[in-house]
Design a binder for this molecule. Structure first.
Ligand SMILES: *Cc1c(COP(=O)(O)O)cnc(C)c1O
Length: 330
């Protein structure tokens, strides 16, 4: 069985209550002026660990059986999922190992170590790190928790949809950052089972939009991973994708792609107008609206998904610098 039901999401909400923050939802007067409709911002970047990934990780960890708990959990994510998994495992008193390559920057390693995970540095690529994860699963009885293509993870992210409807019962459009699709799949399942008329729009960056390319091809497709301001939206959806591809195809109404300059403008707007620090991948909703790529009718909500940006980069962006990470990576 693929997919996640409204019952799975309701159960997740009970399971993770007390483990995650219920984040606030506020009207944005400035974006309302742009849209000509009420625009709500859900401030999920104020979630513990700095992103919504704690919801899915907490639900997945809390759903484990006794034997799995005894073995501990393992993952290969160096970003928001790695932080969240480490935090959720520590709260539950479980061993957590995060595997990463020697190329991962020091600040990312430190952030995950600070959440209490054991760090294993192996090889020089994400594939090398994944091999070590597979070995720990096979030889040490650990359980891998992936960042998006996992039913308990999707159901955990879906709890955001329930909170959105509690705060904005007449919601007509939800605008959600999109990468592997766990976030938007869970939210769309929650929203559409309660209010089938809600329109769900996903936003990715033009540079390496794996789900968008996969939808166009009709099957999971590889895309080249490129440096982008929306780094938390990078990476593929997995050629053997089991859940999120089908859910996104069935439940998401539209996918919008943004340039680097448009994403930068979103980060700037969130800082100067909303007084919020957002990472690039989290500012894509406001960015899409400001770029004129979204038509909003009726009460609309933009999800702000995370705040884990390098603060030196953030400073450059809000100071108006024209940052091109592709050029800087050369
Ligand atoms: C992971 C992540 C996303 C995308 O979530 P998916 O489930 O992979 O689509 C969006 N924003 C932030 C901040 C993230 O960490």
């Amino acid at each position: 069985m693929t997919g996640v039901t409204a019952d799975d999401i309701a159960a997740a909400r009970e399971r993770i209550a007390g483990l995650v923050r219920r984040t606030p939802c506020d009207l944005s007067p400035s974006l309302q002026g742009v849209a000509g409709a009420p625009v709500w911002l859900k401030h999920e970047h104020h979630q513990t660990t700095g992103s919504f990934k704690l919801r899915g990780a907490s639900n997945a960890v809390a759903s484990l059986g006794d034997a799995e708990r005894a073995g501990g959990v393992v993952g290969a994510s160096t970003g928001n999922h790695g932080r969240a998994l480490a935090h959720a495992a520590r709260r539950a008193g479980l061993r957590c190992v995060i595997c990463m390559s020697a190329l991962v920057p020091r600040n990312k390693v430190d952030a995950i170590a600070a959440e209490g995970a054991e760090i294993v540095i192996v090889g020089r690529s994400q594939d090398d790190a994944q091999e070590e994860v597979d070995r720990l699963v096979a030889e040490e009885g650990m359980t891998m928790i992936p960042p998006f293509d996992h039913q308990a993870v999707i159901a955990g992210q879906g709890t955001l949809g329930l909170e959105m409807l509690d705060d904005v019962p007449d919601l007509e459009t939800a605008v959600i950052p999109l990468s592997g699709g766990g976030l938007i799949a869970g939210i769309a399942a929650a929203l559409k089972s309660a209010r089938p008329e809600v329109r769900v729009v996903g936003i990715s960056m033009t540079r390496g939009a794996a789900m968008h390319a996969s939808l166009a091809a009709g099957e999971p497709t590889l895309v080249e991973e490129l440096p982008t301001l929306a780094d938390s939206l990078g990476g593929g959806i997995g050629l053997g994708n089991r859940h999120t591809f089908a859910m996104v195809r069935n439940l998401v109404d539209e996918v919008v792609l943004l340039s680097e300059a448009e994403i930068a403008e979103g980060v700037r707007h969130c800082y100067w107008q909303e007084r919020q620090v957002l990472e690039g991948g989290a500012a894509v909703g406001p960015a899409a609206l400001l770029a004129g790529r979204l038509t909003l009718r009726g009460p609309s909500l933009l999800l702000l998904s995370g705040c884990n940006i390098d603060m030196a980069l953030h400073h450059r962006l809000i100071s108006g610098e024209n940052v091109d990470l592709m050029r800087e990576a050369e």
